[in-house]
Write a protein that binds this ligand. Structure first.
Ligand SMILES: [Fe+2]
Length: 195
């Protein structure tokens, strides 16, 4: 059973207003509900004998399993890494050094992450690619489409329209720019410590 995290809107969150935030939380809670439903169905042998790659109920369960679970995980990482204020809002020396090593400079990383977000239909993710042992900015068009198999997300930005349209309408660029000013780098630093 996956328990939802109770995210609360705070004054530190400047990238989105309360209405936009709370609508997004409701969507996240829908994914938590769905992965629990799917997990329960999968425990009860949902047509394994008829499993088929063109169409079968078992296939639909498997498609839904990773879609819903990635939807839960990515949203939690996103809500956790927004809302940086004060000292949290600045990357520490260790983060900056790692970004400089893999992207040439912090400014270059930032420009690449913003472009990745603009180019994505679902998510922009700064992840640590454990195969080539370096950070990469990756583009996901869907929760389960575009991930590097052996990688760990460090910074996650939701760029689905539902993440900003209530507040920004079609001004995706403004939403991305406001997000970049409101990153919680302390959370990103904690994620990077495991490598
Ligand atoms: Fe979302």
């Amino acid at each position: 059973m996956i328990e939802k995290i109770n995210f609360q809107y705070t004054d530190d969150i400047t990238v989105v207003d309360r209405d936009q935030f709370e609508a997004h939380i409701r969507l996240y809670e829908g994914y938590v509900k769905k992965i629990n439903e799917i997990d329960e169905i999968l425990q009860n042998n949902p047509g394994r004998e008829e499993a088929n790659a063109t169409f079968s109920f078992f296939r639909e369960c498997k498609r839904g399993e990773t879609y819903a679970l990635d939807g839960v995980i990515l949203h939690e990482l996103y809500f956790e890494n927004m809302g940086g204020s004060g000292q949290m809002n600045t990357p520490n020396l260790s983060i900056t050094a790692q970004l400089e090593m893999d992207f040439g400079s912090f400014v270059n990383w930032e420009a690449d992450f913003i472009a990745t977000a603009k180019a994505s239909r679902g998510w922009a993710v700064l992840c640590f690619d454990q195969r080539s042992y370096r950070l990469r900015n990756i583009s996901l068009d869907s929760h389960d489409l575009g991930n590097i198999a052996y990688s760990a997300p460090m910074l996650v930005l939701d760029v689905y329209e539902h993440a900003y349209f209530l507040q920004y309408a079609d001004n995706k660029t403004e939403y991305i720019n406001r997000f970049m000013e409101n990153i919680n780098w302390e959370v990103v630093g904690q994620r990077m410590e495991i490598f």
